[in-house]
Design a protein. Structure first.
Length: 620
């Protein structure tokens, strides 16, 4: 795992700045503390911060092809690099190292940009083709590794983290109000947007070509969301087990200590159980001093079952101090309000004490239907199917308006909408009417009726005709998974120079997962039913079928207690920035403090937004 950065001038006669490149890479040293390498040649500059994992002695970057006409800087792991090396050697290519990075230079030389389709792994890389004067940057299929870019002032710049781009003090950092609106809905900013109008995230499964001052973006992969598996259940379970076992096995290559996160839940226990079939496993867990949040006894049960070298650390569920939160905000780069970033940061610190690489269970919920909201969606969609839309709108809309705020009102309100709009509402924190109250008239004028539902709608066009639950899972894979879950894990782990690998997000597992019928994902009141049935061959039922427990923090109490004062100050400052209404911010705070309504999630969104403004010194 590493960090990359670089730039390319549109004018081939221009000279790239090695000093700017160094400043960019200094800002991401945590991603690669082991070594620094650079190429500065005419209009192009490529920089690399290395965290040594494979080929410790020969893996420094940039790497080149035989005549050094192709140069690569790379972040991630290519799990099929040995097979690709064998193929390329047979074609006459000569390798100088054992690194997976070198494979990229030779594969590009042979096939051009479309070679990226052959890669199995997690990656973000940049490749300079000196002969053509072409820069290629690419990101893996599911978006496990981040990559930001901007094309301003006659040059394209890119980096693993947004903060590296901000080393260029001449950038236009106009705030993107649509992105802020999206953040208020989703707790994060969804690609390709960032908080800034003129800075973008490269979407997952895309590559970008910059050549002759022109920039083109291309999608190279998409899991087919419209093909359903029609085989018998036993055959599906056998293939799923084999694919997961292979996905785990190919992620065990490392020349540094490797282990796994182990919460004791289904997904992490599956990964650890499969790892134990191939190697002795080191596992890391954090327990909490609040019993309702503590899963450490289940982790110990799994660790004992598979005889792992287990390390667990008890952590106080205390409110993060403002300086700790500001450190997290710095590493997260963008406004981000999932509070589970705090325990993710802490468990990463525990794991890093004994390993440099950790396998995780990320992706199991999104691919196989694990969240409670999927079960709710399935139930509500069965009602939607029985009544026409106009009748539902009138009946349930009227009933919802007569109830106080709560789950019953929310469910009835959702029934009044179609499945896609209800999905948007289920993942939104500030819903449309609340946004109208929260935003100043000037902010609303700037947005010109913009609807954050469009973030999901562009993906829904690819699942027309599928059942609603399968459509939701596909759209979550394109949005919620990369921009909330995977960004959180990557940024919090790399804060500690820890590489995290995710077997559930292997492309073959994902492709099969999307083909599995919804009736086998949510069934008999169980999410991830097919996964649990499959893993009964190695995991006990009391682990597989116990109630799901999230990676939560007691936010409501924090915001009424130790964080109340800094929260109030932050809301005051946020109200002065001109795009959110001070009176609406004050009302949310007062109602929460008085215990009238639990506004903790919304207040945390606003608190993190103001801390982001402070840390990055950004004004609207």
């Amino acid at each position: 795992m590493c960090g990359i950065a670089g730039l390319l001038h549109d004018d081939r006669a221009a000279l790239a700045s090695g000093r700017l490149l160094g400043d960019m890479c200094d800002r991401i040293i945590h991603r690669g503390p082991d070594a620094y390498g650079e190429l500065v040649s005419g209009p192009v500059a490529l920089g690399h911060r290395r965290l040594s994992i494979i080929d410790l002695s020969g893996g420094d970057q940039p790497m080149f092809n035989e005549d050094r006409s192709v140069a690569v800087v790379f972040n991630g792991e290519i799990y099929n690099h040995k097979a690709l090396r064998h193929w390329l050697t047979g074609l006459g290519h000569v390798f100088r190292t054992k690194s997976d990075t070198e494979v990229l230079a030779h594969a590009y030389e042979h096939e051009g940009p479309e070679f990226v389709k052959r890669l199995r792994g997690m990656f973000a890389f940049a490749l300079w083709d000196a002969r053509r004067g072409r820069l290629m940057i690419a990101r893996d299929r599911l978006g496990k590794k981040p990559l930001y870019y901007t094309h301003q002032q006659g040059k394209l710049a890119f980096a693993s983290e947004l903060k590296a781009l901000l080393a260029d003090k001449g950038l236009d950092l106009t705030l993107d109000h649509e992105a802020i609106s999206d953040y208020l809905s989703f707790l994060c900013v969804i690609a390709p947007k960032t908080p800034f109008k003129h800075v973008r995230k490269l979407p997952p499964a895309h590559y970008l070509l910059a050549e002759g001052g022109h920039v083109t973006l291309r999608e190279y992969w998409d899991a087919d969301p419209n093909h359903m598996d029609v085989r018998a259940l036993p055959e599906v379970k056998d293939e799923l087990f084999a694919l997961l076992d292979d996905a785990v096995a190919c992620r065990l290559e490392s020349e540094v200590p490797l282990g796994a996160f182990l919460s004791g839940g289904v997904d992490s226990s599956t990964v650890v159980g499969l790892m134990s079939r191939h190697t002795q496993v080191k596992t890391a867990n954090i327990g909490f001093d609040v019993p309702d949040l503590d899963e450490s006894k289940y982790a110990e049960q799994v660790a004992t079952l598979f005889k792992t070298d287990h390390r667990s650390q008890k952590v106080k569920v205390d409110a993060a101090a403002e300086d700790e939160l500001e450190r997290l905000v710095w590493h997260l780069d963008e406004p981000f309000a999932d509070p589970s970033a705090i325990p993710t940061h802490r468990v990463s610190g525990v794991a890093r004490k004994s390993v440099t690489v950790a396998l995780s269970g990320d992706g199991g919920d999104e691919i196989f239907g694990g969240y409670d909201r999927y079960r709710t969606d399935l139930l509500l969609n069965s009602v939607r199917g029985a009544l026409p839309q106009p009748l539902r709108e009138k009946l349930f809309g009227t009933l919802a308006g007569q109830l106080p705020r709560g789950r019953a009102r929310t469910a009835l309100d959702d029934l009044a909408h179609d499945a896609q709009r209800a999905h948007f509402r289920s993942v939104s924190y500030f819903r449309d009417p609340e946004k109208s109250t929260l935003m100043t008239p000037e902010m609303q004028d700037t947005l010109r009726g913009y609807d954050s539902m469009s973030v999901l709608g562009q993906h829904y066009t690819r699942v027309e005709g599928r059942d609603p639950l399968s459509g939701i899972l596909y759209v979550d894979m394109k949005t919620y998974l990369p921009d909330r879950m995977l960004m959180k894990v990557d940024k919090m782990a790399m804060m500690h120079s820890l590489e995290v690998r995710s077997p559930f997000l292997d492309q073959f597992v994902v492709e099969m997962g999307l083909r599995i019928p919804a009736r086998w994902k949510v069934r008999d009141g169980q999410g991830k039913w097919i996964l649990k049935q499959t893993m009964e061959r190695i995991l006990p039922k009391d682990i597989l079928y116990r109630s799901k427990q999230g990676f939560d923090v007691p936010l409501a109490g924090w915001l009424r207690g130790p964080i109340a004062e800094p929260l109030e100050a932050a809301l005051t400052d946020l109200g002065r920035r001109g795009y959110l209404a001070p009176a609406a911010l004050r009302r949310l705070y007062d109602e929460h403090q008085a215990g009238i309504v639990d506004h903790s999630a919304k207040l945390w969104i606003l608190y993190m937004l103001e801390l982001w403004h402070r840390v990055f010194r950004i004004s609207p």
